[in-house]
Design a protein around this ligand. Sequence first.
Ligand SMILES: *Cc1c(COP(=O)(O)O)cnc(C)c1O
Length: 499
Amino acid sequence: MNPARHQGRELLPEPYRIKMVEPLRIIPPEARKKAVREAGYNTFLLRSRDIYIDLLTDSGTNAMSDAQWSAMMMGDEAYAGSQSYFRLVEAVQSIYGYRYVIPTHQGRGAEHILSRCLIRPGSIVPGNMYFTTTRLHQELAGGGFADVIVDEAYDPQCDDSFKGNIDLRKLENLTKKVSAPKIAYVAVGAPVNMAGGQPVSMENMRQVSAFCRKRGIPLVLDAARAVENAYFIQQREPGYGLKPVRDILREMCSLTDICTMSAKKDAFANIGGFLAMNDASLYEEAKNLCVVYEGLHTYGGLAGRDLEALAQGIRESVERDDWIAHRISQVQYLWRGLKDAGIPVVHPCGGHAVFVDAQAFLPHIPQKLLPAQTLAAAIYADSGVRSMERGIVSAGRDAATKQDHAPELELVRLTLPRRVYTQTHLDYVSRGVRRTFQRRDSLCGLKFVYEPKYLRFFQARFAPVPKAPSARRRGRPGPRAGRRARPRSGAGPRPSRRT
Ligand SMILES: *Cc1c(COP(=O)(O)O)cnc(C)c1O
C-alpha cells in the first residue's frame, strides 16, 4: 500500500474478507440491567453471552488469519527444543531485531521475569505513564514507578501528535535526585495505553536512548502495540512518510535494549508473549527464571501451536501496511462518530481504542464516586456494548500509603479487536453511546463493595450510590446508600475502606 497520509475522514475498505462467522445476539434491556447488576457493575464480570459488541479489550480477542490457523497445525508439541520455538525466535529476531528471545504465556509473564532480574528493593523505574500489570510487577519486586511522561498526556483536549513522549527534563531531574544505580531501567511504552493510545516519536526515543546509553541505564520497550506506534510515526513524523511500518518498527527497537511483549495485541494471537533482549548475561538469568515461573524456555507456558500462531502473527503484523492502516482507520471512524455527536473523547484519536472522558461526560459525579466505572456499566445496560474503566479504579492504591491513586485521566475505553467488527457494528456503538449521553443526568455514582488486593479493576464489585437531592451538587452519597449490596462471590471478601 502506498503509505500516503490517511486523514481518518473515511473508513478504509477492509483488506480481508470473512471466512467464518460467530453468531451474536443482543439480549433485551431488562436482561442487560439484571446482568450488569449481577456483575457488580464491573464489565469484567459480565458473561460474554450477554454481550452484543465486546469492546472490553483488543487483548487476545483478534481474528486470526487463515495463515495463522494453518500454522497452528504445524505446532511441534515437543517439551523441549520444539521447532515451533525456533520459528518464533526467528520471527522475533527478523521483525523486532533483538538477539535473545524467551516465550512467555503473555505480556505480564515477561514483565514478571524482567522485574525479578533487574529490580532491587528501593529501585526506581521511570516510565511514560504507568500500566497496571507493569507497575504491579515493579512494585512486587521491591521497586517504585516514577512517571516521566510529558504534561500534555494529562490534557484530554490537547491535540499534539506525540503525547506519549518522555519528558527529558523530568527524567534528568529524577536521575539527579536519585543515584544512577537506583534506576533499574527506563521503561518506554509505545504507544501509551493509559494515556489514550498516544504514540511516542522516533525523535523522542532517540533522545531517551542517548540519555540512557550515556549513563549505562537499560532502556526497555513495552512493545504490545509498537506496530501501531510505528504507523503513527509514518503518518505524523517528518521524514518517515515513505518508510514501511516494518522498517520504522525495527528502528524503534534498535534504540532499546530489552522488550516485553504481549503478543495478544499487535501479533493477532489469542494468547502469548515474549521477553527479548540483546544482553547475554541478562538472557541467562531470565531464561533460568522462565523455567521457574512459565515453563521451559523453549515453550514459556505456551503450546507449540500457540508459538506458531504467534510467529505467523508477528510476520503478518508488518507484512503489508494496509493491515495496520485499516485498523487505525476503524478506530478513527468510531472516534469521529462519537466526537461529531458532542461526546467528550480524548484527543487526538489513539491507536487501539476510543477513550471517552468520563469526567466531562458525567461532570456531576465526583471522581470518588467512580464516574468511568459508572459510565462503562451504563453503556452496557443501554446498548449491550462492553467497554472498560480506565480511571481511579484501574489506578489502584499507592503501594506505600494505601491511598487511592487519583489519576488525572478518568476514562472509559472502547477498544477495537483487530479484524473482528464491521462498519455497521461501529455505527451501532456510536448510537449506543449517544443514547447514554442523552440520559447522562440520570446516572449516579458507584462505590466499592468488594476490593481485591491486586489489580482491583479486574474483580472488584460495586453498588450504586443513589443521588441525595440536597447533597447532589457536591456529589455526596445518600444516607445508607448501597447498604444492602453484598458481594456475591469469593470467600471472605473484604469491604473497601473509603473510596
Ligand atoms: C496488555 C498490556 C500489557 C500486559 O500484557 P498481558 O498480555 O495482558 O499480560 C502490558 N503493557 C501494555 C501496554 C499492555 O497493553
